[in-house]
Design a protein around this ligand. Structure first.
Ligand SMILES: [Zn+2]
Length: 195
């Protein structure tokens, strides 16, 4: 449907990247995104109309770190990166500043449509997740507690998600709670009544 990589610019980039002097970059990726690498990348993305999700089609099953959530892509043999981050960097021609994360407006971790990606801080991302999907239900235990942003079903997902390095952070981002809350849920110190 579209030609990738495009010869000039990217039609659906979110255009909110931060450039310039003094911007610290955690991982330099852009210089390695040559035409060849970009072609390899976009050949693994299910390109759809501009307003739909463009799902990553490869690199999920055999990747333990991002287990079935985010796509994984390797650039230049030494950079392992999430596919939506590559889509963002390529589309905006801009690396991700230190301390920033690429968030989805669509909440679909596999989506690589640059128009569904925006750059925010971890706090932005957690607030966004909280606003989008959490309910507050008054009562006094678990999800009925007035302060709770989690539903019992979420707690079950947090508690029984398979262990891997970084899962605490991933779950915290996904459910809009702190990594400490995730740790307490997984160790049974909180929400122990949910089984
Ligand atoms: Zn999407």
């Amino acid at each position: 449907m579209y030609n990738f990589p495009p010869t000039s610019g990217f039609p659906f980039a979110s255009k909110n990247c931060i450039r310039g002097e003094g911007v610290k970059i955690a991982m330099i990726v852009l210089p390695y995104l040559t035409d060849k690498v970009a072609n390899r990348f976009w050949s693994k993305v299910q390109i759809a109309p501009p307003n739909e999700c463009w799902e990553w089609m490869a690199g999920l099953k055999d990747n333990r770190v991002f287990r079935n959530r985010y796509g994984a892509f390797r650039v230049n043999s030494h950079i392992n990166i999430r596919s939506h981050q590559v889509a963002y960097i390529f589309a905006n021609q801009c690396d991700i500043p230190d301390g920033m994360v690429v968030c989805h407006t669509c909440d679909n971790p596999k989506c690589c449509n640059p128009s569904h990606l925006w750059l925010g801080t971890n706090t932005d991302n957690m607030r966004d997740a909280a606003l989008k999907s959490r309910l507050k239900i008054p009562n006094n235990s678990g999800e009925k507690h007035g302060m709770s942003m989690l539903l019992e079903d979420d707690v079950r997902k947090i508690k029984f998600a398979p262990q891997y390095w970084g899962i605490g952070r991933d779950l915290a981002l996904r459910f809009g709670v702190s990594p400490q809350t995730v740790a307490m849920i997984r160790s049974g110190k909180r929400w122990s009544h949910v089984i």
